[in-house]
Design a protein around this ligand. Structure first.
Ligand SMILES: NC(=O)c1ccc[n+]([C@@H]2O[C@H](COP(=O)([O-])OP(=O)(O)OC[C@H]3O[C@@H](n4cnc5c(N)ncnc54)[C@H](OP(=O)(O)O)[C@@H]3O)[C@@H](O)[C@H]2O)c1
Length: 329
């Protein structure tokens, strides 16, 4: 079977290669074999291939692809949460290959009527948006949440999920042409990042300042968000898009009691109960089948064109995700 791998860290388009490897053997107890159907290229995939992601570097050679969707082809002894033919989120990391084997723990059958490309983007970004909205601040109806990189897939999920729960959003972007699009998606306010962001937020919220800030950019953008939230609020950082260390002034943390926390989905997977994981994806799978979590796709590429695909994914100003589709070669 075909698999993408890299044997050194560097520019993803240069280090990605396609190799032939043996498919997985029959699954052991509690494990499943899954035929991969589609897997998106996320910023974390590119960072990992560059050697800039996670607490420690992965061992090489590695394949990539933290999320995706596949069909169960074989189940091991004792597996009763999914059956052959079910669509599932990845049982293991490394979805840029034709087959994958992993534990059935935490898997749930996804709605067969949902779009395959959309389902391939269910595991990471919708769950990240959902958990950040739910797990840090006890938001009440009409409370404001502020986020930057609001045009990202995670940002779009924050907008849709917050609206479905009755929470209002202030969304910060770096390109004014996104304002109408995000407003149509359900954003209450869309602002272009600037040094006067806090004045703008004061104006659009009428002083009812956000209790939760969600940051994917880092650097000075953290400080800008911290100045926009209410005293005692929490700012959650989940991304490194600027590549700069997080900046926050002691005036915010000491005098205004702002808390800065980090969120990493991998930690949730490692610590959450399998029942909670399955329940979360059952909720999100249903919302996706209802069309609530739709993310634009700019292009799909077969696995054999992975170099072109990662180069495309690294471009600024895309209008949607780049998704690898397996079996299209
Ligand atoms: N911590 C976790 O567990 C976790 C889980 C999932 C995702 N993430 C992180 O979430 C972030 C978004 O991921 P995604 O898949 O949703 O992204 P995506 O859909 O590929 O979109 C990338 C977004 O980043 C924006 N961007 C890029 N560089 C920027 C910069 N220097 N300043 C401001 N904005 C910038 C782009 O803005 P333009 O539209 O203007 O180009 C675009 O909106 C990434 O950092 C990813 O690593 C973290």
């Amino acid at each position: 079977m075909k698999q993408m791998q890299f044997t050194r860290f560097g520019n993803p388009a240069e280090v990605a290669e396609i190799v032939e490897v043996d498919p997985p053997g029959p699954p052991g107890p509690g494990r499943v074999n899954v035929q991969v159907l589609a897997s998106p290229i996320n910023p974390a995939d590119l960072l990992n291939m560059e050697g800039r992601y996670g607490a420690e570097l992965p061992k090489l050679p590695q394949t990539q692809g933290a999320e995706g969707v596949g069909r169960v082809t074989e189940i091991g002894e004792g597996v009763d949460n999914v059956k052959v033919g079910d669509l599932v989120t990845p049982p293991a990391r490394g979805m840029w290959r034709e087959m994958v084997q992993g534990p059935a723990r935490g898997l749930v059958a996804l709605p067969p009527e949902a779009d395959i490309l959309q389902l391939s983007m269910l595991r990471a970004n919708p769950a990240t948006a959902w958990l950040m909205l739910k797990d840090y601040v006890d938001l009440q109806q009409n409370d404001f949440v502020i986020q930057n990189a609001a045009n990202s897939a995670v940002g779009r999920h924050v907008i849709r999920l917050a609206r479905s729960q009755g929470w209002r959003t202030v969304n910060v972007v770096r390109r004014p042409e996104l304002i109408d699009e995000l407003t149509a998606l359900g954003a209450d306010h869309v602002l272009v990042e600037s040094e006067d962001l806090d004045d703008e937020v004061q104006r659009v919220t009428g002083g009812d300042l956000p209790k939760l800030g969600i940051d994917a950019v880092g650097g000075v953008s953290v400080q800008r968000l911290a100045r926009c939230v209410a005293d005692g609020a929490t700012v959650v950082n989940y991304g490194l898009l600027s590549g700069d260390p997080l900046m926050i002034d002691a005036r915010e943390t000491v005098f205004r009691d702002i808390t800065l926390k980090g969120f990493w989905l991998a930690t949730w997977f490692a610590t959450a109960d399998p029942g909670e994981i399955a329940a979360t994806y059952a909720i999100l799978g249903k919302k996706m089948a209802e069309g609530l979590l739709e993310v634009p796709v700019e292009a799909t590429y077969p696995l054999s064109k992975v170099k072109e695909a990662v180069a495309h994914a690294a471009r600024d100003g895309r209008s949607g995700k780049i998704v690898l589709t397996m079996g299209d070669d």
